[in-house]
Write a protein that binds this ligand. Structure first.
Ligand code: SAH
Length: 247
């Protein structure tokens, strides 16, 4: 089990430095940067990073957003949660403390994803992310500064960075590629079902949030893929028994 931290398109090097420092404070090492600002060794990022200027920050890797989706169980963070069960971009969401609870004992490579200072993560990005996490804060002003938000989330997750061997019976979550394959299969099943176009994105997001919480195993994913594939074939070509009768 590993927990990485990704920052998407940050504007301010100081925030990246603050995040690197919080990571080191709470036992996290792997920092991933999507479209980062220039990180000058004599600039703010290194200035704010404290001892993380020696390892977390210089070891940070530049990656694409696709890379995150394809390789990790992704958890997007957002201050905006004013949605209900009719939409699934930011709903349901978890608090950092509940996230720590749900990740405990799950064998997965997770990535916490933080967004842009001004606008956070775009809807198109959140749609591709498995789970959503929000720090409960004042309804009047729930938006924390990027570096501070990361600090709070990492504080809550600190207990997951202790030795894995102390964790009982980890569930091994299926590889991310398999889970993405199940999402593709589900989409193709909806095609065969001629599910109304207007409801498609919501239905797909609902399914993504459901699986995001469920941490399915390899066997569960392959069984579900098989069931959806058969259902799709049944819709397109008729069920196997019916096909034989027709011959
Ligand atoms: N309107 C944006 C604000 C961006 S704040 C939004 O709703 O997300 C910049 C980043 O800080 C966010 O993308 C998120 O990663 C983090 N952040 C800020 N406040 C947060 C909160 N209350 N809970 C979780 N993350 C938060």
């Amino acid at each position: 089990m590993s927990i990485s931290v990704a920052v998407v398109d940050a504007e301010t090097p100081g925030n990246v430095g603050t995040i690197a420092r919080a990571m080191k404070n709470f036992g996290f090492e792997d920092l991933l940067l999507v479209d980062p600002p220039e990180l000058d060794p004599d600039g703010e990022a290194y200035g704010f990073a404290g001892h993380a200027r020696e390892d977390v920050l210089p070891n940070a890797r530049k990656v694409s957003f696709d890379y995150l989706v394809e390789h990790y169980h992704t958890v997007g963070t957002t201050a905006t949660t004013n949605e209900d069960h009719r939409r699934h971009i930011r709903y349901p969401f978890t608090t950092p403390a509940d996230l720590a609870q749900s990740l405990r004992g799950v064998e997965t490579d997770t990535c916490l994803v933080f967004g842009r200072e001004r606008v956070g993560l775009h809807n198109e990005e959140l749609e591709r992310i498995d789970e959503v996490c929000a720090i409960p804060a004042s309804a009047e002003y729930p938006v924390l500064n990027l570096g501070q938000a990361a600090t709070v989330v990492l504080y809550e997750l600190r207990e997951l960075t202790v030795e894995e061997t102390q964790l009982p019976d980890a569930i091994e979550r299926a590889p991310e590629g398999d889970i993405e394959g199940l999402h593709d299969q589900f989409a193709s099943f909806l095609d065969a079902l001629r599910h109304e176009d207007s409801r498609r994105p919501k239905t797909e997001r609902l399914f993504r949030r459901l699986l995001g919480r469920a941490h399915p195993t390899t066997r569960e994913v392959s069984t579900l893929r098989g069931v959806f594939r058969k259902a799709e074939d049944g819709l397109r070509y008729g069920l196997p028994g019916d096909r034989e009768e027709g011959e």
